[in-house]
Design a binder for this molecule. Structure first.
Ligand SMILES: Nc1ncnc2c1ncn2[C@@H]1O[C@H](COP(=O)(O)OP(=O)(O)O)[C@@H](O)[C@H]1O
Ligand SMILES: [Mg+2]
Length: 648
């Protein structure tokens, strides 16, 4: 009969240099299939070290180890994981069950890493638990079971993938004598069914059960005694079913996902705190972008309401010049000269003055603007009732007025018809001929009262001079705003004897300035967003690292029962990504909520959410999960199983 396990002259050292300890010294032994071996020795003699090497949890410092005649020297971490999964079943002194899973899931876990389907493995796990006398306890978590019961669950787990060779390290060490006895009976029974059994104990009484007792002292085998013969025939283990690799990978992904969800749910509070950074980061980014878009749309609408393709010419040096009132240089002649140019469709002078508007007993402060007849179409003002100014009104300087909606409501009651009424502005009477509609969009709240009259009437009756306060030029079709603006400036400068005592403003250049400002703002916001998400990501990484440290033992257990490095990596990575995605979704929802609240309190403009920014936010949070989850996940996967198991 072929030897199942064979160690040839192995040594094991711990530590380096002066602190190096020689734990196993030139150990050679062979363990046959179907044997029941007890390894006995005092505490610290090297029993566990030897057993971990036999069970492929750890490797010897030198020497040879053969499993079924195959040397393991060239094996990598995955090869050892495969051996652990297929051949060995471990029973630990402290059971090492995963506390967040019930008994059945604990038993079924090795089958997950071996790639078996959920129905099949759950049925087998339940059968095993019934066989070990745990009927009715399958749904209990380890905390709800006694020590003896937990040890029986762990025996069932050891047998889940076949458990051809069962390695038990002090399996009765933590149990009272009756439970211990019970466990030993079970192990004897398993041996009778053909499992090879290797038992480590410091208790000679327990060792008496074995067929062969190997005693070690200070890392050396000092006696090897066969007490009962090897069984004559051992049933061959059944052939293992092998699925396709693709199906296996898909299955593993699904299982890792399930386990990640379980882990997140098991640590709800911590998961929530981890997500918090991401939630706040994503919510602030999405909200700020929506806020920016909303205000930008409003401002653009306001610019459009100022009229398209027009140039305004005003006296002074630039917009907001405080001395502009002193410049009295723009005249109706300037306007007429401009109107004759080929690049100008029309030019309208505007003269305005403020004063008191009176109708019967009501009065209000407003401004009277003297305008041309094109003024209304250039500014996009629409008529609500009556008529607008026409050419004849201008030419004959009629004392007529068009009111804006504010003035009409201010001076006239609900039932009164303003058309035909005579109002007084600064003592001069004007007949109301029309009222304009409320404009669709404006800059800020519009509370000013405006009355329009022909500029000719304004000059003749109110100001008494030919100087005006601005000229609005409508650019001819096919001429660019920039070219027209240059030409206007050149012409007026020459008319004003080379002095530039006016400035121009065109809606296109305002829009361009506005757009470049918002682009800068967007860049700034993106930078802040990037930093806040970076901080959130670092938070995720920190907590994942803590989580790996805290769950080192769990990782060790998973590895002992057959998890490969990639299983562990995958599980922690999925956990990080999942936390980030959930955080991202929560962040988006939060900002939608902020948007809803915003519309309740701010009537002026709404936040404008774009699908693109939401998709981008979620993509970002997923990427953060991958990037910041990778390091902790990799650290978890690179853990040495024995070291991980040794963690408390
Ligand atoms: N990871 C380790 N690093 C350093 N020394 C260790 C480590 N593991 C075990 N040892 C030492 O190796 C010796 C044998 O340990 P062990 O095999 O656990 O003994 P036993 O199981 O027989 O009680 C002990 O002296 C122990 O201190
Ligand atoms: Mg030990």
């Amino acid at each position: 009969m072929a030897a199942t396990l064979e160690v040839r002259d192995i040594n094991k050292y711990y530590g380096e240099g002066d602190s190096r300890v020689h734990v196993l010294k030139h150990v050679s032994l062979t363990i046959d299939r179907g044997d029941f071996v007890a390894i006995i020795g005092q505490s610290g003699s090297g029993k566990s070290t030897l057993m971990n090497i036999l069970g492929c949890l750890d490797q010897a410092s030198d020497g040879e180890y053969l499993v079924d005649g195959i040397p393991t020297r060239e094996f990598d971490a995955d090869d050892f994981a495969r051996l652990r999964s297929e051949k060995f079943g471990f029973i630990f002194q402290r059971y090492n069950l995963l506390t967040s899973m019930d008994a059945r899931d604990n038993v079924a876990l090795p089958a997950i890493y071996a790639g078996s389907g959920v129905k099949e493995r759950n049925a087998r796990a339940e059968d095993l638990l019934v066989k070990l006398g745990l009927e009715g306890k399958t749904g209990n978590r380890p905390g709800e079971l006694s020590g003896g019961q937990q040890q029986r669950v762990s025996i069932a787990r050891a047998m889940m993938n076949g458990g051809e060779i069962i390695l038990a390290d002090e399996p009765t060490g933590a149990l009272d004598s009756k439970s211990g006895e019970n466990v030993m009976q079970l192990l004897m029974q398993l041996h009778g069914e053909g499992h090879t059994l290797i038992l480590v104990t410091h208790d000679r009484h327990i060792a008496e059960y074995a067929h062969r007792i190997i005693e070690i002292k200070d890392g050396e085998v000092i006696s090897d005694e066969r007490r009962k013969p090897l069984p004559a025939s051992v049933p061959e283990p059944g052939p293992r079913r092998k699925g396709s690799r693709l199906a296996y990978l898909k299955n593993q992904l699904g299982e890792a996902f399930g386990m990640s969800v379980q882990a997140i749910l098991a640590h709800k509070m911590r998961s929530l705190l981890t997500m918090l950074g991401i939630i706040i980061g994503i919510a602030s980014v999405v909200s700020v972008v929506a806020l920016g878009r909303g205000s930008e749309q409003k401002i653009l609408a306001g610019i459009n309401a100022m009229g398209t393709n027009t140039i305004d010419i005003m006296p002074g040096k630039s917009f907001g010049d405080r001395n502009s009132a002193r410049y009295r240089t723009l005249t109706v002649d300037d306007s007429d000269a401009l109107a004759e140019q080929s690049y100008v469709a029309s030019a309208t002078p505007t003269a305005s003055a403020s004063g008191e508007v009176i109708y019967r007993s009501k009065s209000a402060t407003g401004s009277l603007s003297g305008v041309g007849e094109q003024y209304f179409s250039v500014k996009g003002l629409e008529l609500a009732r009556g008529r607008l100014l026409n050419r004849e009104d201008i030419d004959t300087a009629r004392a007529v007025a068009v009111l804006d909606d504010n003035t009409a409501t201010e001076l006239f009651g609900a039932g009164e018809d303003p058309i035909g009424a005579v109002i007084l502005f600064a003592g001069h009477p004007f007949e109301v001929i029309g009222v304009t509609k409320k404009p669709a969009a404006t800059f800020g709240p519009r509370s000013t009262l405006t009355v329009w009259t022909p500029y000719t009437s304004h000059m003749a009756r109110v100001s008494g001079s030919r100087t005006i306060s601005s000229i609005t030029v409508k650019i001819a079709d096919g001429t660019s705003a920039q070219v027209a603006e240059k030409e206007v400036t050149r012409l007026l400068k020459s008319r004003h004897r080379g002095v530039q005592d006016f400035f121009t403003m065109n809606t296109d250049s305002i829009r361009q300035t506005m757009e470049s400002t918002t682009a800068t703002m967007r860049l700034l916001i993106s930078c802040i967003a990037f930093i806040s998400l970076l901080v959130g990501g670092i938070g995720v990484m920190n907590i994942m690292l803590v989580s790996v440290t805290e769950r080192t033992k769990e990782i060790g257990v998973r590895m002992a029962i057959g998890a490969r490095q990639f299983n562990v990596l995958q599980q922690f990575l999925i956990e990080a990504v999942l936390i980030c995605i959930i955080g991202g979704i929560a962040g988006v929802l939060l900002s939608l909520g902020i948007g809803a609240a915003f519309t309740l309190f701010v009537k002026d403009f709404p936040m404008s959410f774009s699908t693109a920014s939401i998709v981008l936010a979620l993509t970002c949070s997923t990427l953060i999960g991958v990037i910041f989850g990778y390091m902790p996940a990799r650290r978890a996967s690179m853990l040495n199983p024995v070291d991980a198991l040794a963690q408390e």
